[in-house]
Write a protein that binds this ligand. Sequence first.
Ligand SMILES: *Cc1c(COP(=O)(O)O)cnc(C)c1O
Length: 386
Amino acid sequence: MTVLGQPLERIPISGPWITEKEIDYVTDAVSNAWYANANIYHERFEKAFSDYIGVRFSISLPSCTSAIHLSLLALGIGPGDEVIVPDVTWIASAAPITHVGATPVFADIDSRTWCLSSQSFEECITKKTKAVIPVDLYGNMPEMDAIRNLAKQYGIAVIEDAAEAVGSEYKGKKAGSFGDTGVFSFHGSKTITTGEGGMLVTDRKDLYDRAMFLRDHGRKPGDKMYRNTEIAYKYKMSCLQAALGLAQLERIEDLLARRRQIFSWYQRELVDLKDVTLNNEATSTKNTYWMITMILDPKFGMDKDRFIGLMNEKSIDCRPFFRPLSFIPAYKDLEQSQHARRRNKVGHEISRYGINLPSGLNLTEEKVRYVCSALKGILFSEQPVH
Ligand SMILES: *Cc1c(COP(=O)(O)O)cnc(C)c1O
């Protein structure tokens, strides 16, 4: 597969695993899911998803971002309220807080899980705190017991951002089932894809009803007279996406096994690198390794952007660990960002030295070996020759 040490094709950072089953379901949907059958694939996908996660209700949506937006709206969060979110996450976890007019408060992450630190969460709570959005970062799980106990104690709603963690578990319970709502992404890079798409799950009938109403222009489900009672939103998934999602969900065990296998290949190739930390998996947790990630010890003296550039020259796509939101231009000038930049030492350090390695579901053992030998070559070419 290599010519003079160069791979024939680029190794992408991420991507899905699509089979004949997905093609068959989407073909059936585009042929038949119209007229009286317009909703058959949504119904099957949502039912199968609820059963898989272990929740009462699932609502298929155009994105995970819209699922977070609807969760905040259904919980009645708005101007004057504060919502705690980890500083280190994708911007989609936090942007909907601004959409509803509330204030994001950026808490630090835990050095082991890379997810919301329960201690920092508690330190960030004020009288204005209405919700917390713990994020199951890169397929790992935060200390859910501690986070849920604090939320209960202070009367704070929990929106679990499980966008990167479908199939992950904490104490035998599925990611996405720990909050008042849980949200998932089916973006092309995520473990299950519908191209673009998302899901909101909940056990609470009141939140389900409110989200169903808000996602259809403020119309009660079943209202055939179009008497919208509020100005709301249009957040729906197409039947073609639902068919694709159903096929992917029916293959979830294969998709998760592949993710774990990819991680084990990396682990084996990098085991002798003592100063590199890979994704953690606590005994209480099942990690689904959405992004294989390494944290370089600062003693490598390797600049992260330079490392990514050198890998790029070898046709290997890497990404920087999420940068703290409090440092990126979009949030830089917020007052909350100033507090966060002072407070969140762990997130800043990990993010500075963290790199996502290729994690696509199309990876083979041979490609992982190529990636690992390339990265070792780069790391050690900077060291003195002996
Ligand atoms: C991908 C992602 C989202 C957003 O998902 P979309 O479907 O693109 O809206 C939200 N949170 C996290 C942590 C993500 O990784």
